[in-house]
Design a protein around this ligand. Structure first.
Ligand code: SAM
Length: 347
């Protein structure tokens, strides 16, 4: 399972422009107090606007700038407004710990922010996921949250930085090319993490089918793509060897939610294979693809991974392995540990 650092990191890769998200990451990971105050000054996505009765501006100046004037202003304000029932001794003890020790427990007793407190003090992943989903409305984060609450284990490598950046790259190029994908097959689809991104970026497609030989993948893929799966099978995952598919008119059996085999016959318009490095007998597969098919392919030069049976050294090798009639895009993405190569075009 992903921990809070990893969840925040991945969320920020997906949504680099959401300030609150970066602020939460900067506070939790880097202990950046300016970020903390920006967060508590904004409306919380789960708790809404809370009037805490605390003089936030002066508390911020006291903690960030060690400003004693601000501290005395808080004290004066408190003495001027507190009722007989207020336990002033406790309040001042919390104020002392908050300002002198930056004690987070005391800070959250002074500033009322229940959800942030659960996320920051209790490392509550449920609340973190809910907070992130509320702020981003991300289908992928909702899917990961759903896996978390159901305690479904999966390889978190599916949302590693490299995997996410590669998928976002693919989405970006589809958008730039303004492609309409029609019936789209994801080959070696794994958990189909691309599905939620295609959905959230409004990529034009009529149906998404994910095929993977590993029988563990389909349940997870359907959980991650639940909304489309429930929308009349706009998404469907099937356990199948991609060598056994006919790509002109595909006829295959998939399982419905009570485990019955349902025969599907359809013609794909687009094949997406971001697992080219994993495919044995790649040429055999490529030869089965009909001419004119729109292909979106990724491979890499990560030879040291023992599951990678079909890596390529560079883009040129990838093109040689995958000769297309028309190339709409070709490029490489340096991910540090390895390079990802992508080809988009018609066979
Ligand atoms: C680790 S994953 C995908 C990595 C990839 N970079 C990505 O995110 O798209 C590779 C997947 O390809 C699947 N796979 C390999 N050979 C296959 C085949 N012949 N038919 C269907 N799935 C296959 C594996 O089961 C695995 O789930």
């Amino acid at each position: 399972m992903l921990n809070d650092f990893e969840i925040l990191d991945r969320a920020e890769i997906l949504y680099p422009d959401i300030e609150e998200l970066s602020d939460l990451r900067r506070f939790i990971i880097d202990e950046d107090w300016s970020s903390f105050f920006r967060l508590v000054e904004t409306v919380d996505p789960l708790d809404g606007l809370i009037q805490t009765g605390v003089d936030l501006e002066n508390l911020k100046k006291t903690i960030l700038q060690n400003n004693l004037h601000s501290l005395f202003r808080i004290i004066e304000n408190k003495l001027g407004t507190c009722s007989e029932n207020t336990n002033i001794k406790e309040y001042f003890e919390d104020l002392r710990k908050a300002t002198l020790e930056k004690n987070i427990h005391s800070i959250f007793r002074i500033i009322e922010r229940p959800s942030l407190k659960k996320i920051i003090v209790n490392s509550d992943l449920r609340t973190l996921y809910k907070w992130l989903c509320a702020i981003t409305n991300s289908t992928l984060l909702k899917g990961l949250y759903s896996l978390y609450t159901r305690e479904i284990s999966y390889s978190t490598d599916c949302v590693s930085r490299g995997q996410l950046l590669s998928k976002l790259w693919l989405i970006q190029e589809i958008r730039l090319l303004n492609l309409e994908l029609g019936v789209t097959y994801l080959l070696g689809g794994w958990y189909a993490t691309l599905g939620p991104l295609l959905k959230d970026y409004n990529i034009n497609l009529t149906a998404l089918r994910s095929f993977d030989i590993d029988p563990h993948c389909s349940t997870i893929a359907e959980r991650i793509n639940k909304e489309w799966e429930m929308s009349n099978w706009k998404f469907k995952a099937t356990t199948l060897d991609i060598h056994n598919l006919d790509y002109k008119i595909s006829s295959y059996k998939t399982l419905n939610n009570i485990g019955q085999g349902i025969l599907i016959e359809e013609s794909p318009n687009t094949l997406i294979n971001t697992s080219c490095e994993h495919i044995e007998n790649y040429h055999g597969w490529f030869n089965k693809v009909p001419s004119g098919m729109l292909l979106i392919l990724q491979s890499n030069d990560y030879f040291s991974n023992h599951e990678h049976v079909n890596c390529v050294k560079n883009l040129g090798d990838f093109k040689e392995q995958t000769p297309l009639a028309t190339y709409l895009f070709e490029g490489e993405l340096d991910l540090g540990l390895y390079k990802r190569f992508m080809l988009i075009g018609y066979k």
